[in-house]
Design a protein around this ligand. Sequence first.
Ligand SMILES: NC(=O)c1ccc[n+]([C@@H]2O[C@H](COP(=O)([O-])OP(=O)(O)OC[C@H]3O[C@@H](n4cnc5c(N)ncnc54)[C@H](O)[C@@H]3O)[C@@H](O)[C@H]2O)c1
Length: 334
Amino acid sequence: MKDIAINSKIENYVVHIGKGILDDMSRFVVPNKQYVLISDSGIPSIYRDKIMSQLKRVYSLVFPQGEQHKSLSEYERIVELLVENNIDKNAVIIALGGGVTGDLAGFVASTYLRGIPYIQIPTTLLAQIDSSVGGKVAVNVGKTKNVIGSIYPPKIVLIDPNTLITLPARHMANGMAEMIKYGMIADERLFSDIRDNQVYDDIEPFISRCVEIKKRFVEADEMDADVRQALNFGHTIGHAIEAYYNFDKYLHGEAVAIGMTRILKNTAIKNELTTVLKKYGLPTEDPVDIERLLTIIEKDKKTRDGVLHYVDIPNIGTFEIKRFDHWLSNEEGD
Ligand SMILES: NC(=O)c1ccc[n+]([C@@H]2O[C@H](COP(=O)([O-])OP(=O)(O)OC[C@H]3O[C@@H](n4cnc5c(N)ncnc54)[C@H](O)[C@@H]3O)[C@@H](O)[C@H]2O)c1
């Protein structure tokens, strides 16, 4: 069991990581409190049942799985159910699931009755190493991702790596893309350990190392004004690829894997990266050319005060934030 404290300008919280943590939650729950367990239809019911059996007062709410349900209409439906069931300000929401559940349930928590507490129980690798930590919660509007949201830290995060046993291989690889990203931007040793070992054989320490890295970025820049943007390595092109294919062809991590490879100009570093991505079954290229992605990328630009940046990797384990228009003019000159 590992506990990692996250210092937040809003409210500090602890990420508890340990196999079997969900089998005994007595340390983390209050006996007579009202809980609202929010999960999606793809989460195996064993996890829901396990949690519910340990709570006296719990209302369980299941929404349809999939990114398209991280939406305003699903948000409204959930809020209506909370009102109908007289859920008051003292209740605690539990977000059980992947990043979609965490983002949607967290956004409900951040706004319902002007904010009620919530607990993150991430059950995908991506959510365990990334989305459950840092307090970013959001819903999509149409095809524009995370356009309405806030930064609203959870009370606690409970990570049980045993939940990954049921996670499909493609979703494990999806999370690996973000783990590899952490190695690339912040930790050369993590990158080489991912390369030289089979992460799945003993994943818990790798999850902890990623949470430690996310902690560093979140604590340095919780509101996402500067260094936290390093976590977007590969995401400028990755997001555009996801959107270009209408979010049908690639999972987020798969698109980021292509985005990370595409943005790098240093051949040696690019080769190192593609070797590791391939080891975990991730794609490294896609035939769509940059011109086709530019209109989508341009849209990103509007949200960032006119200048779009991207993350470059001068050496594995370090990053530099640079102007995307410079990358593009080099590209055109190549
Ligand atoms: N808030 C943040 O900081 C942040 C960071 C990165 C990504 N995100 C968001 O995360 C979302 C993607 O998250 P995701 O990749 O976890 O996808 P997801 O939440 O859609 O989960 C993937 C699928 O796995 C199923 N599932 C979840 N846990 C399972 C388990 N243990 N066993 C079997 N099936 C399981 C789900 O039902 C779903 O169908 C995106 O919306 C993205 O924008 C948020």
